[in-house]
Design a binder for this molecule. Structure first.
Ligand SMILES: Cc1cc2nc3c(=O)[nH]c(=O)nc-3n(C[C@H](O)[C@H](O)[C@H](O)COP(=O)(O)OP(=O)(O)OC[C@H]3O[C@@H](n4cnc5c(N)ncnc54)[C@H](O)[C@@H]3O)c2cc1C
Length: 404
């Protein structure tokens, strides 16, 4: 890598995106090369404004992921690094464990498959639970069989992101918020970046743009090979007087075709219990409300061949999710499979988050983390859940690609 060190106007690395992946990458770069001049460019006025600040706050165990995949590897290592980071920096967190509950006969073989995956992914202490043992851990849950996963935890990823930002600033990284990256040209062996707050030069660019990562890649002259399709996840919250229905984390057995679907209960580290999220097509990349529409975003989605192929494959699942989005009754019915006592007025609508899902031209939903490299550039094009859990490990991997 051609070094920019020494010239104050030139950065060694510019990281686009102040979500947890961009922040963890900048930190890993500084850890491996303390002398590096690093800029972190974030479009919003604050860090963690999008996926990182709107997620479920779960430190995932790594139970679900295909053994050998990047998700499986990085989740296991990232989870422990996250617990360690939170401990070191006094960020509230808890390793509370979770139960995965089979409520129908046809889910039992899938729960066994999850157990096999968990063991293959190195999880220790997994325990089968009988219906009585499920009730010992979660007194209001009805299930045929359960799996206890002790490694799962909870945290506020916004707090993690803010701490990472402070560490970066103290280490001399130029953290620029309210500065949107708008273009990139190559000149004299360096990259000239344009942002809404001015220009800068750097030797290497790392794109951690989340919901905008495909557009950032195209602005850099790189074909991302995928399109980001935004899926909103909507949450309900349990009323304070009904929070006793849930002790920790209660998950259904996921459908292997759509592992990110399936509403669950999550106790939050700051207090309260969330139920959700669902997954509906968002009409705007950063569309947190049903009424949020961007004609540019929608036109791009509708023009994309991959979207129509995806829709023809998954339309039934999509309609069910839409139905659950508009019908509280349908949402409650899904939750009642886990906690039969739950009633309509036990929950109220709370926040939402938007997932950046990379979809390829054949309509395939990219499952694993996906990175595209180009000369002097690294583009992170698919960093879905558990990327927050795995962020410190993902950051190390990307830093390794930059420093070689
Ligand atoms: C509903 C939901 C629940 C989830 N639950 C969990 C969970 O419990 N556990 C878990 O591990 N993961 C979870 N995830 C996934 C996790 O939140 C994401 O994988 C992770 O936050 C991705 O981080 P990121 O930095 O890649 O993206 P983001 O946090 O979205 O950050 C990208 C940043 O890039 C900035 N940006 C974009 N374009 C530009 C530009 N042109 N110039 C400058 N800046 C730009 C954006 O403003 C944004 O701040 C969940 C996600 C969602 C949506």
């Amino acid at each position: 890598m051609k070094s920019g060190s020494g010239n104050p106007g030139i950065f060694d690395v510019a990281v686009i995106g102040g979500g947890i992946v961009g922040l963890a990458t900048a930190k890993a770069l500084l850890d491996s090369r303390p002398s590096f001049r690093i800029a972190l460019i974030e479009a919003e006025p604050r860090l963690a404004a999008h996926q990182t600040g709107h997620n479920s706050g779960v430190i995932h165990s790594g139970l679900y992921y295909k053994p050998g995949s990047l998700k499986a590897r990085f989740c296991a290592e990232g989870r422990e690094a996250m617990f360690q980071f939170c401990k070191e920096h006094a960020i509230a967190h808890e390793r509370c464990g979770k139960v995965v509950v089979a409520t129908r006969e046809d889910e039992l073989p899938r729960l066994e498959e999850l157990h096999r995956r968990g063991v293959a992914n190195g999880l220790e202490g997994l325990r089968w639970l009988s219906p009585e043992e499920i009730r010992e851990r979660e007194p209001h849950v009805a299930g045929l069989r359960g799996l206890w996963v002790p490694q799962t935890g909870i945290v506020d990823y916004k707090a993690v992101a803010v701490t990472l930002g402070e560490i970066l600033r103290k280490s001399g990284c130029a953290v620029q918020t309210a500065s949107k990256f708008t273009g990139c040209e190559r000149k004299d062996g360096l990259l000239e970046l344009t942002t809404t707050t001015g220009e800068m030069r750097c030797s290497t660019l790392v794109n951690c743009g989340g919901l905008q990562s495909d557009r950032v890649a195209r602005l850099c002259g790189v074909d991302p090979g995928v399109r980001i399709i935004p899926f909103r996840g909507e949450y309900y919250e349990l009323r304070p007087e009904r929070q006793s229905l849930v002790r920790n984390l209660i998950y259904p057995v996921p459908d292997p075709r759509f592992p990110f679907l399936g509403v669950h209960f999550t106790r939050m580290i700051g207090g309260g219990v969330e139920a959700g999220p669902n997954a509906v097509l968002a009409f705007k990349r950063e569309g947190y409300r049903k009424s949020d529409i961007s004609f540019r975003d929608m036109a791009e989605v509708l023009r994309y061949r991959g979207f129509w192929r995806m829709s023809s494959r998954y339309w039934r699942m999509g309609m069910e999710e839409f139905w659950r989005s508009y019908s509280k009754r349908a949402f409650v019915t899904a939750l009642q499979r886990l906690v039969p006592e739950l009633q309509m007025n036990d929950i109220f609508a709370s926040g939402s988050g938007v997932r950046a899902q990379a979809v390829d031209a054949s309509g395939g939903l990219l499952d694993d983390f996906h990175v595209v490299r180009a000369p002097q550039m690294v583009h992170v094009l698919n960093a879905p859940s558990p990327a927050a859990t795995s962020s410190l490990r993902i950051g190390r991997e990307i830093a390794g690609m930059v420093v070689g």
